[in-house]
Design a protein around this ligand. Structure first.
Ligand code: GRF
Length: 215
């Protein structure tokens, strides 16, 4: 069966991109990374793509007069590479409704919290400030409102007594690298679909529970 052609939008270090590249390196994985597009010149993610033999593109938002023409260039670049599905992986530009609606149900994001808690750029700081005992990460379909949309996969981790943002962030990031490829696999295998703004997933769910502190 043909593999789903995926474009990954990045702005920075690209560790989630790396997880996707590593999974897609297996020919049995149902998706291939057809293009990595950065809006930031010199983003380390671009090096990761090149090393993996994947095509890259630079669309520098600073070179455009406003979001709409920038996004038009992004859209054109994606379609020129035959991209069918888009993953945001540390892409640090908010997307307009126009772009999001054009890629409706073909656009997903990863966020480092258990959404709908702690949206925005300071998820770990906000989780620590709230004193939650569990945090985690979420892969979700993108809707126009920031960090919202039907939830595909979540992973939970404990928040520990001496955590700071970087310790919690590292624990969550490890799980991001597990669930982003999992979410993409579910989609590419046709096992996930959106109905009434909720994701239906075919096959078994998880068992067990994560309790913190340990009972
Ligand atoms: C990740 O924490 C992701 O959840 C958030 O931005 C960060 C990107 O990290 N959206 P990386 O570039 O994938 O390493």
């Amino acid at each position: 069966m043909a593999r789903l052609k995926v474009g990954v939008l990045v702005s920075g270090r690209g560790s989630n991109l790396q997880a996707l590249l590593d999974s897609a390196a297996d020919p049995a994985f149902p998706a291939e990374i057809a293009l990595v597009l950065s809006n930031v010149p010199g983003a380390f993610a671009l090096e990761r793509a090149t090393k993996a033999g994947v095509a890259t593109a630079m669309v520098d938002n600073k070179a455009y007069d406003g979001r709409a023409p920038f996004e038009e260039a992004v859209h054109e670049t994606l379609t020129a590479h035959g991209v069918e599905f888009v993953c945001l992986a540390g892409f640090m530009r908010l997307l307009t409704d126009g772009f999001v609606n054009r890629w409706h149900d073909r656009l997903i994001n990863i966020h480092p919290s258990l959404l709908p808690s702690f949206k925005g750029a300071h998820a770990h700081r906000d989780a620590l400030a709230a004193g939650v005992r569990l945090s985690g990460c979420t892969v979700h379909y993108v809707r126009p409102a920031m960090d919202s949309g039907p939830i595909l996969v979540q992973a939970a981790v404990p928040v520990l007594g001496n955590d700071d943002e970087s310790a919690l962030g590292a624990r969550v990031l490890e799980q991001e690298h597990r669930i982003y490829p999992l979410a993409l696999r579910l989609i590419a295998e046709g096992r996930a679909r959106v109905e009434n703004e909720q994701v239906i997933i075919e096959g078994p769910g998880a068992t067990g529970a994560l309790v913190n502190p340990a009972p």
